[in-house]
Design a protein around this ligand. Structure first.
Ligand code: SAH
Ligand code: SF4
Ligand code: F3S
Length: 480
């Protein structure tokens, strides 16, 4: 099996994170659930919806699967490796279930959607298979499973957005939170399983998004990341004002909640990000100057096969436009090595586009054929594993060099940093991020706390981290 090499932990590679027990409004629960989430941030966000639904139905969260009545795995199908990880994990729960026969095991998310009831035939210990649009029916499905039946609901919906369900923030640092603004994807990139596992694209009621973000700010959160597979195609028709809300307008509404609330978003499809969005970002200091703009490949021929709908020139012009309007904007990307028919020249084109865009960081993968996708049906997965591996290696090396170069350019600059908590290595240091989404580590000084903004002068760096110290005077956000 090929491993995906990545210079940083990729969101799609976040694996098996379990949540600590949640106490909800002092409520007591008759049963306990344990949930592990895999895959992208949207899946992690969905787990918080699931937690909310379960809390309302008498289940409290536990971080210890051994004491759970219900074990849930919220799964990802994006690459074969992601599915393999879940299968390995199920092996462990098989052992646990032997000693605790009453324990129910449910598989949620994209793998549940992809495999449907076939999953129950393949993995006999599973009691429930629940797709991403069916979480409202979890209470009934649990009842069925408790009654000894296998329970399945993998219906996809055209309008489900869980807009009215207040997510239970699990595993949160209390500073930054993720807010889903849309679900599904209509893009049909040839390599991608998401349109099949998540269904049609639909946007969530703008007012409910703004309400959720304002509520988070009230609770002390200082950063929200608006989530969607393709946020720039967000569209909501607001009946009250009889006007449509575009993504740029939504960004503005969230930015206006409070200058102390930072706003981020992910992911932007290069074909859809508009000047309107870029100008809105420029207008508000608290909209972070960072865009994740996945290129996938730098070869126009491969981009066409991938159905990405842009050329290498068009992509590079988009990068130039972003930097024209937002000169200090951070940029990151997703890159796939070894897509069907990729030649050495195509690969060189990818390296050249990366060098042009000078990404601060990238998530980099081997192409992994997914059953049912356009690419699986149309093209042979014909680049040998060793070639994929070598090309990915070159991509990773280039990115590491670019990341280090970009970080070195930041030495000597001063940034506003939102403190997220202790540094991973030492409780004597804080860890936070600047607007460009770079991680900044600096010694604790003064009476600052998690959730405060500080001005940090950058003195040193690695390829992944800026290292600095707090400088006075404290500059409030909102002033340049
Ligand atoms: N909606 C986002 C991406 C979602 S999936 C976007 O359009 O950018 C995250 C990343 O996983 C993709 O950008 C792509 O780089 C990678 N990916 C998706 N399918 C893949 C596959 N079959 N093999 C390897 N990487 C894949
Ligand atoms: Fe997949 Fe493309 Fe949709 Fe992203 S935009 S989720 S890569 S189909
Ligand atoms: Fe994975 Fe589904 Fe997200 S396939 S990347 S969990 S949308």
């Amino acid at each position: 099996m090929l491993e995906s090499l990545s210079s940083k932990v990729h969101e799609e590679e976040r694996q098996g994170e379990a949540y600590a027990p949640a106490t909800v409004d002092g409520r007591s629960f008759r049963k306990k659930f344990y949930i592990e989430s895999y895959g992208c941030q949207m899946n992690f966000s969905d787990s918080e919806i699931v937690a909310s639904i379960l809390n309302d139905n008498g289940f409290g969260a536990t971080g210890n699967y051994a004491e759970a009545d219900l074990v849930l795995l919220n799964t990802c199908s994006i690459r074969e490796k992601a599915e393999q990880t879940v299968r390995n994990r199920l092996q462990l729960f098989r052992q646990v279930k032997k000693t605790k026969p009453g324990m129910l095991i449910g598989v949620l998310g994209c793998m549940a959607e992809r495999l449907k009831s076939k999953f129950l035939e393949e993995e006999k210990l599973i009691d429930m298979v629940v797709g991403p649009d069916a979480y409202r029916t979890l209470p009934q499905l649990i009842d069925e499973a408790e009654g000894g039946q296998k329970a399945v609901n993998v219906l996809l919906s055209r309008d489900e957005t869980y807009a009215d369900i207040a997510p239970v923030r699990l595993d949160s640092n209390g500073v930054s939170a993720f807010v889903s603004i849309m679900r599904g994807c209509n893009n049909m990139c040839a390599f991608c399983v998401v349109p099949f596992t998540r269904g049609r694209e639909r946007s969530r009621d703008a007012a409910s998004i703004v309400r959720e973000c304002a509520g988070l700010f009230e609770q002390g959160f200082r950063e929200v990341t608006l989530l969607g597979q393709n946020v720039d195609s967000y569209y909501w028709f607001d009946e009250a004002s009889d006007k449509p809300v575009t993504f740029a307008q939504l960004l503005e509404q969230v930015a206006l909640i409070d200058p102390l609330l930072r706003v981020r978003f992910s992911t932007s499809h290069p074909k859809d990000i508009t000047d309107e969005v870029l100008y809105t970002m420029a207008k508000y200091e608290n909209i972070c100057k960072y865009i994740h703009l996945p290129v996938q490949s730098g070869s126009t021929r491969i981009l066409q096969l991938m159905n990405r709908t842009y050329t290498r020139e068009w992509y590079m012009a988009k990068v130039d436009r972003i930097l024209e309007i937002l000169p200090d904007c951070g940029l990151s990307s997703d890159v796939i090595a070894g897509f069907c028919t990729e030649t050495e020249e195509d690969h060189q084109d990818t390296l050249r586009v990366m060098a042009h865009a000078r990404y601060d960081m990238s998530y980099m993968f081997f192409y992994s054929e997914r059953p049912g996708t356009l690419a699986a049906r149309r093209y042979a997965d014909d680049v040998p594993e060793a070639v994929k591996k070598r090309r990915l290696d070159e991509i990773v090396k280039l990115q590491n060099r670019l990341s280090l170069e970009k970080n070195r350019e930041d030495v000597g600059k001063t940034y506003t940093v939102l403190i997220e908590g202790d540094s991973r290595k030492s409780s004597a240091d804080w860890r936070g991020r600047n607007s460009q989404n770079k991680v900044v580590v600096f010694p604790k000084a003064g009476s600052y706390q998690k959730g405060d903004y500080v001005r940090v002068s950058i003195e040193d760096c690695t390829g992944a981290t800026l290292i600095g110290r707090i400088v006075e005077p404290k500059m409030p956000l909102g002033k340049k």
